[in-house]
Design a protein around this ligand. Structure first.
Ligand code: GAR
Length: 202
């Protein structure tokens, strides 16, 4: 059975593209059935359109409250009956309404080694701190900011002459490989959570 993925994006969508490319092989075990965003006119949506994948947008500003937005987003995602929701550079926190529908089967990729440097500026915060290695983390989304159970991590060295952009680009290379590998395994083998441990396989 092919797992149905809905991917949510806010920007350039290179992680989405890696998933779209992987899903072209039926042996991968998953298919991107829709791509959603919290804003218009982004390359992530254009990538979906070029791949012939349906898209939708839910802008926070179009709703009377954050909760209404959150529930509307959940409804739009639900229309595509996903097995797994992948936040791939989605720059909004999903809330209780969304998690009531998709908690336990929503994953997010973060450009730092959790629990270090949560939030919107993982690469910048790692560089400012002066760490010698950083990386990326794939986790099951919970109510916190990048606090969910970890499914995969990759380590990336920080180089002496890095700026935020060069470091983030190096992280994103590792991140795309981590995302494709782990989501594929989740689709084919399943996954489970035991306390704080996220484990692949049933
Ligand atoms: C990725 O590095 C992702 O981890 C990060 O945004 C980038 C999106 O790149 N997400 C966050 O920082 C979320 N807190 P992409 O649009 O090219 O896939």
């Amino acid at each position: 059975m092919t797992a149905r993925l809905v991917v949510l994006v806010s920007g350039s969508g290179t992680n989405l593209q890696a998933l779209l490319d992987a899903c072209a092989d039926p042996a991968y075990g998953a298919s991107v059935v829709a791509v959603g965003a919290d804003r218009d006119d982004i390359e992530g949506l254009a990538r979906a359109e070029r791949a012939g994948v349906p898209t939708f947008v839910a802008r926070v500003g179009d709703f009377s409250s954050r909760d209404h937005w959150d529930r509307a987003l959940a409804d739009k995602v639900a229309a595509f009956e996903p097995d797994l929701v992948v936040l791939a550079g989605f720059m909004k926190l999903v809330g209780p309404g969304f998690l009531a529908a998709f908690g336990g089967r929503t994953v997010n990729t973060h450009p730092a080694l959790s629990p270090s440097f949560p939030g919107m500026h993982g690469p910048r915060d790692a560089l400012d701190y002066g760490v010698k290695v950083t990386g990326c983390t794939l986790f099951v989304v919970d109510e916190g900011v990048d606090t969910g159970v970890i499914l995969a991590q990759s380590v990336v060295p920080v180089q002496d002459d890095d700026d935020v952009e060069s470091l983030h680009e190096r992280i994103k290379v590792a991140e795309r490989a981590m995302l494709v590998d782990t989501v594929g395994r989740m689709a084919r083998e399943g996954f489970r959570v035991e306390g704080r441990r996220g484990l692949l396989g049933r």
